[in-house]
Design a protein around this ligand. Structure first.
Ligand code: ATR
Length: 273
């Protein structure tokens, strides 16, 4: 039986073992998937011993995505652009391949599960940390008309816009500078929700059929989701679908089979309540 695991710190509340168990049952793949809390500063040792002991693949969550990036012997283009790795896979030649499935997972959730179109749309990304960096290229690939990155610390937004300039019309600015502009898709990639907070957003940022997406999720709507509903968003979603879709993408890298996600998203949703 092939061994997989998710490494993070903390890891107790990770839903990945359950998601991958459901995928394995559905597809008939023989595998086990566990969660493991890794001590800070010990990622490389832990990952090395996992693979030395026959492990086939790892998911990596906070705060080790950068360590995993450095650990990987080979990187996908999207992992290189994200500057972070959430999936490690042992290859036939013994090398460890590093990929990042977060952005693709979010885009797939939007297009496939939610039916949102990205092509030709004006996209606003809130935040300029690792979460936002990881989704820029996958979004840009869908040919939106414009991507704006807004952040409290403007310099970080400008740096992202600069780093991804070759992938489309991408601009970085402050929240105040959004004044007078409207967007078709607004994505919250800040960690503000964790503290029950909301970035300082004006009320007239939404176009007529604007869709709002929070990368966070929980039993209750996040402050950003409540703000979106109050401002008459056409559709509002949280990041639970993204969580399941990034897992499906990892599963597919490891096993070569794409699991059906709808039933798994529904099962995970039922547990939140
Ligand atoms: P991650 O890797 O999860 O993106 P991060 O790199 O710490 O985490 O980035 C967190 C993001 O949330 C940043 O864009 C941060 O803004 P700053 O760069 O100005 O710090 C943003 N953020 C966190 N709390 C916020 C709040 N209360 N209001 C607005 N933005 C917030």
């Amino acid at each position: 039986t092939d061994k997989y695991a998710v490494y993070g710190n903390p890891i107790k509340h990770s839903k990945s073992p359950q998601i991958h168990k459901l995928f394995a049952e559905q597809t008939g793949e023989h595998m086990v998937y566990r969660s493991h809390q890794v001590e800070l500063g010990k990622f490389a040792d832990a990952a090395q011993s996992f693979f030395d002991n026959g492990g086939k693949g790892l998911n990596i969550t906070l705060p080790f995505k950068l360590d995993a990036y450095e650990f990987a012997g080979q990187l996908s283009d999207r992992a290189r652009l994200a500057g972070a790795v959430n999936t490690l896979a042992l290859q036939g030649d013994g090398k460890i391949y590093g990929d990042n499935t977060d952005g693709a997972g979010m885009v797939r959730d939007m297009q496939h599960n939610l039916g949102w179109q990205i092509e030709g749309k004006r996209i606003l990304l809130l935040g300029a940390g690792g979460a936002v960096r990881g989704v820029i290229e996958p979004i840009a690939k869908q040919n939106p008309s414009l991507i704006v990155v807004a952040n409290r610390t403007v310099g970080k937004a400008q740096k992202l816009a600069h780093d991804f300039a070759e992938y489309g019309d991408i601009r970085g600015c402050s929240y105040e500078a959004l004044h007078g502009n409207q967007f078709d898709i607004i994505i919250n990639g800040t960690s503000a929700s964790l503290a029950g907070e909301l970035p300082p957003l004006e009320t007239n940022l939404l176009s007529d059929e604007a869709c709002c997406y929070d990368m966070m999720y929980g039993a209750e709507p996040t402050p950003f989701m409540r703000w979106s509903a109050e401002n008459m968003a056409w559709a509002v979603a949280d990041g639970l679908g993204m969580l399941v879709e990034q897992a499906a993408e990892s599963f597919c890298i490891w096993r070569g089979v794409r699991p059906k996600t709808r039933e798994v998203i529904d099962a995970m949703r039922a547990q939140l309540e």
